[in-house]
Design a binder for this molecule. Structure first.
Ligand code: NAP
Ligand code: MG
Length: 406
């Protein structure tokens, strides 16, 4: 039996494109069972954001979700939509409830040549989105002085370490992480790699950070040896730990095709760098969230594409790239198919991705953002709807051929 996919609707241009993709590229081809959650900013406001929590709980229940980009409100948005308050980022809420890790990968297209000419396959960046400097604390001091760190356990036991004696003004920072969070991260990374048949790299700087980074390295090694080593061996996959500077140098010389697990800050920087080096467009990236229990959600890496939406509202045609939204759907369908043993869904997901690639690589029909980065001339810089129509034609052709076994 095929279970539903949790469909999480969003805002602005991403929402418009979302519905075009669903109506034109998915519903005509597969019987789609969804559990629908509308995270439109007004509905989050009306429900005091309960809808976001319900959507995340639904993913826990059925295992697979697909999410459209949503507005994370700031003061401006509160005014624009007359909101009660600046609701949290839905992505942060969902990630927290699922305890998930985000995997970002470029969608590799032959006519869009990466900045690094050796790269043939995607480098998937897994970012540990917990702790470190993102929940760190800083002090700026303006005098001669000294500092120490004190840890006090609930039982009152204390650990005290001197940070340093300072001859004058300066800054200092403290931050932390939790074993449990690092373990979840490692587990999600190894699971994702198994699902996608990829090697895993983890990189840090334990030669310098002898307690902090060393603990990350240790936890990764423990989780790997305890839970994944055997199956990795069986599948011929590898886990490698590298010093982070070594990893950067190796990555540049590699042909890609691995998961790079990175600490929070490293992953923040690395994912933008990898995105820019492959195509420079967030619309040419996949973004998948996987929890340690293997709950799964895919989404587009970009936002709601606000500027295009305002043009759309004025009746103008935009050239918004739907590729990341299409891949969000194809990956969710594939995952559903794998979990429920539906080769039809898996096959369709694969064919849908192929239809997108054929449209760009062979037909050279592209949206304006791809036109800027592709090799050679496009045959058409299309509006969003024209682009989707070209994909639909390719999809029909590929899919019905396949169905008839041709
Ligand atoms: P954005 O929606 O990613 O768009 C930034 C710019 O990138 C666009 O103006 C456009 O450039 C280009 N772009 C992004 N996606 C594109 C696509 N599919 N096709 C073509 N071009 C694309 O980021 P933003 O404008 O900074 O944020 C808008 C809203 O999205 C915010 O309210 C933010 O909270 C939200 N957001 C949500 C998520 C999420 O839900 N995952 C993530 C990020 C941001 P040009 O205008 O130059 O064509
Ligand atoms: Mg970043």
């Amino acid at each position: 039996m095929i279970k539903p996919i949790v469909e999480i609707d969003g805002d602005e241009m991403a929402r418009i494109v979302w519905h075009w993709v669903k109506e034109r590229l998915i519903e005509p081809f597969v019987e789609l069972k969804v559990e629908y959650y509308d995270l439109h900013i007004k509905i989050r406001d009306e429900t005091n954001d309960r809808i976001t929590i319900e959507a995340a709980e639904a993913i826990k229940r059925v295992g697979v979700g697909v999410k459209c980009a949503t507005i994370t409100p700031n003061a401006e948005r509160v005014k624009e939509y007359g909101l009660k308050r600046e609701w949290r980022s839905p992505n942060a809420t969902i990630r927290e409830i699922l305890d998930g890790t985000i995997f970002r990968a470029p969608i590799v297209i032959r006519s869009v040549i990466p900045a690094v000419r050796f790269w043939k396959k995607p480098i998937v960046v897994a970012r540990h989105a917990f702790g470190d400097i993102y929940s760190g604390t800083g002090i700026r001091f303006d005098d001669i002085g000294e500092a120490e760190i004190v840890y006090r356990s609930r039982l009152g036991r204390e650990i005290r370490v001197k940070i340093g004696v300072f001859p004058g003004p300066g800054v200092l920072q403290a931050y932390y992480n939790l074993d449990r969070s690092i373990e979840s991260f490692a587990r999600a990374v190894f699971k994702y790699a198994l699902m996608n048949n990829l090697d895993v790299w983890f990189a840090a700087k334990e030669t310098i950070s002898k307690v902090y980074d060393a603990r990350f390295k240790e936890v990764f090694q423990e989780v790997f040896e305890g839970e994944f080593k055997e199956i990795f061996n069986e599948k011929g996959l590898k886990y490698e730990y590298y010093l982070i500077d070594d990893a950067y140098a190796r990555a540049i010389r590699s042909e890609g095709g691995f998961v790079w697990a990175a600490k929070n800050y490293d992953g923040d920087v690395l994912s933008d760098m990898i995105a820019a080096a492959y195509s420079g467009s967030l619309a040419m990236m996949t973004s998948e969230l996987l929890s340690p229990e293997a709950h799964y959600m895919s989404e587009a890496a970009h936002g709601t594409v606000q500027r295009h939406y305002y043009r759309y509202l004025k009746g103008e045609k935009t050239s918004t790239n739907p590729t990341a939204i299409i891949f969000a759907w194809s990956r969710a369908l594939k995952r559903r198919g794998e979990l429920d043993g539906s080769s039809e869904l898996i096959e369709f997901a694969h064919t849908l991705e192929e239809a997108v690639k054929k449209t760009i690589e062979v037909d050279r029909v592209v949206t304006q953002d791809i036109a800027k980065v592709m090799e050679g001339q496009p045959s058409l810089v299309a509006t969003t709807e024209e682009f989707i129509e070209s994909i639909r034609k390719n999809l029909e052709h590929l899919y019905y051929h396949r169905l008839r076994g041709l």
